[in-house]
Design a protein around this ligand. Structure first.
Ligand code: SF4
Length: 355
């Protein structure tokens, strides 16, 4: 068993021991999910680790689990609630741990965008909304109700292909970089991808430009991944001759273009697992994942492209996890309206059907 070094700290260790004993009491009634970007001790305490979609799907398959605690940011716990089985209740150790990128697209903004775009692009099949998993439930629901779907960073390409079978254009929300990198990989010309600014009427474009566009990229970004710059890549090539550089598709297209590989968090984990002893792998994603991979695969030289930490993921602490388990089921439950669940479920089911 891999033991996280942070558990050497007495205070963390005491909370960890309490969490493990509470988990033992609850047995199969409780499942704790830990996203790849969580602190090492949280990953250690989790029953499963993975990316947001993998974890939600895993939780829903735990037939005996009544309580699911999602250690990640808020939209991830919402996603687990959306796909939960009847009778399963989902909790989040810190309801203040949100994702700034997900919050760059509110339900109200999305509704307004879809309404105004429909007026300009009146043909029924002209616009298909695609929501990244990193969106709030209300945005996912509007996508589902609007004939669109959800995607993750691992299946964005497939989701875009599906969407282009349904209509001529995609509105991709909320990460302009994942959208652009996906469009680039599909060979969509740069001038057919427009940045859609939700703060401006028609996203800041005239009607003709919108009609000509194939992909409308919501103006949103992840500050953790846009931290990486081409200079970081150049420095890594000098510092680690012969290294391979793998980055997340939420990075800027210039960073992606200079890297050796691009993929989701799960892809990055597999990339390291497949490396040969002595290889140097430079990783452009959240530093908690990079540090854990370095710890778990000492035979590979795993180094961060630059240290970039997600402070929102970091808001989940062992103490908060302990408090949430202790108070079950009376604290930090994820509650969503039924119509939001059904619309969002539709969008997520369309994604699942892609496989
Ligand atoms: Fe949001 Fe970026 Fe943090 Fe992920 S890493 S939770 S996308 S801010």
């Amino acid at each position: 068993m891999v033991f996280a070094r942070s558990l050497d700290r007495p205070r963390v260790r005491a909370f960890y021991d309490e969490v493990m004993s509470l988990k033992e009491e609850l047995g199969e009634k409780l499942v704790v999910l830990a996203h790849h970007y969580q602190r090492p001790e949280i990953v250690e305490a989790g029953d499963f680790r993975g990316d947001s979609f993998e974890l939600s799907a895993l939780a829903a398959n735990q037939e005996k689990a009544e309580f699911i605690i999602f250690c990640g940011v808020h939209f991830m716990a919402e996603s687990a609630r959306i796909v939960a089985r009847d009778g399963q209740r989902v909790f989040h150790p810190n309801l203040n741990s949100g994702c700034p990128m997900a919050d760059m697209a509110t339900g109200a903004q999305m509704k307004r965008a879809l309404t105004e775009l429909k007026e300009v692009l009146p043909e029924a099949d002209s616009l298909v909304p695609v929501a990244y998993m990193n969106t709030n439930a209300a945005v996912k629901a509007l996508c589902g109700d609007g004939g669109g779907l959800v995607c993750t960073s691992s299946n964005a390409n497939k989701a875009f292909r599906w969407a282009f079978e349904q209509g001529r254009r995609i509105l991709f929300v909320p990460d302009e970089h994942l959208g652009r990198n996906t469009g680039n990989a599909m060979g969509i010309p740069a001038d057919e991808m427009l940045l859609y600014d939700p703060a401006k009427p028609l996203g800041g474009h005239d009607e003709d430009a919108l009609r000509d566009a194939r992909i409308l990229l919501w103006k949103g970004y992840c500050h953790v991944h846009t931290w990486y710059r081409p200079e970081h890549i150049a420095e890594a090539r000098v510092d680690y001759p012969g290294c391979r550089i793998v980055v997340h598709p939420e990075c800027d297209e210039n960073v992606v273009g200079l890297s050796d590989a691009v993929g989701s968090t799960s892809y990055i984990v597999r990339y390291v697992q497949k490396a040969a002893p002595g290889d140097t792998i430079v990783i452009g994603t959240e530093v908690n994942l990079t540090s854990r991979l370095a710890y778990e695969y000492p035979e590979i030289n795993v180094v961060p492209l630059s240290r970039s930490l997600c402070p929102n993921m970091f808001r989940i602490s062992m103490e908060k996890l302990r408090d949430t388990i202790h108070a079950l089921p009376n604290m930090n439950e994820i509650i969503l309206e039924e119509d939001v669940i059904s619309g969002a479920r539709l969008a997520m089911d369309r994604m699942l059907a892609l496989a």
